[in-house]
Ligand binder design. Structure first.
Ligand code: ATP
Length: 234
């Protein structure tokens, strides 16, 4: 099957500061791919470049056969890409409003319908739908961030560190929610430094100093010395 996302030789950074040095990476339709890397490895920079919040200095980004590296973020979103940042939600808006925002480009009736389905998946959020998102716990906020991107039913979901700021018990919940709520039509690219997310992944890439150091299937990564030393403390 042709890849949904093809990233070839991508370079990017901030002003004079280059952070990505030629990234090659692919995601097939419906596949879950983990982008594993330590602090400052370049994970956030890559996801922001893929969604168009940072310019692609060099290389190409192809989504569903179309070159997208010069498109604006909203144009990429309309083609079926969604981005969940580490923060993810607007604390002063209600839970209902946050979820609706994720579907801002959809017809109102569709937003209402999908919202009800999502509330079925996230009963904790349904119970508090009129409350401000700022009143939620860290774990619940992360669930809201996920619901907010799922309402768009993206073909590719880019997630930046869904585990950040969460206690291990909530990390496990996030992993379970992702496993149960992501339909087969959605491919996932998850940037993480928490190796627990490998259990969700079909394949993964280890990035370091803005370069891909290693890539392989979940089993290959689990068996690799580089991953075991850096992430399993073995
Ligand atoms: P983290 O887990 O800490 O978010 P990361 O893998 O997402 O790490 P990036 O945030 O992409 O890493 O950072 C890659 C490099 O870019 C680092 O050297 C970082 O210091 C630098 N960097 C990140 N954001 C900026 C910025 N706004 N301005 C300048 N340099 C930045």
């Amino acid at each position: 099957m042709a890849d949904l996302l093809e990233v070839a030789g991508v370079q990017s950074g901030y002003g004079m500061m280059q952070a990505l040095w030629g990234i090659d990476l692919n995601v097939a339709p419906g596949e879950t791919v983990l982008l594993l890397g330590a602090n400052s490895a370049g994970k956030t920079t890559l996801l922001r470049t893929l969604i168009g919040l940072l310019p692609c200095w060099h290389g190409s980004i192809t989504f569903d056969g179309e070159r997208i590296e010069t498109l604006r973020p909203d144009q990429r979103i309309r083609r079926g890409i969604a981005f969940m940042s580490e923060l993810g939600v607007f604390p002063t808006l209600t839970i209902d409003e946050n979820i609706a925002l994720g579907g801002y480009f959809l017809p109102d009736a569709q937003v209402r319908q999908r919202k009800e389905r999502l509330f079925g998946l996230f009963p904790d959020l349904a119970a508090k739908r009129r409350d401000a998102a700022g009143s939620l716990s860290g774990g619940q906020r992360k669930m809201l961030g996920i619901a907010k991107v799922l309402i768009a039913e993206p073909r590719l979901l880019l997630m930046d560190e869904p585990s950040s700021g969460l206690a291990p018990v909530f990390v496990k919940q996030v992993i379970d929610v992702l496993r149960n709520s992501i339909g087969h039509g959605t491919a996932l690219l998850i940037a993480e430094q928490n190796v627990a997310f490998l259990e969700l992944a079909d394949r993964g890439y280890l990035i370091d100093h803005g370069k891909v150091r290693l890539s392989g299937t979940r089993a290959e990564l689990e068996a690799s010395d580089a991953v075991r030393e850096a992430y399993f403390g073995l």
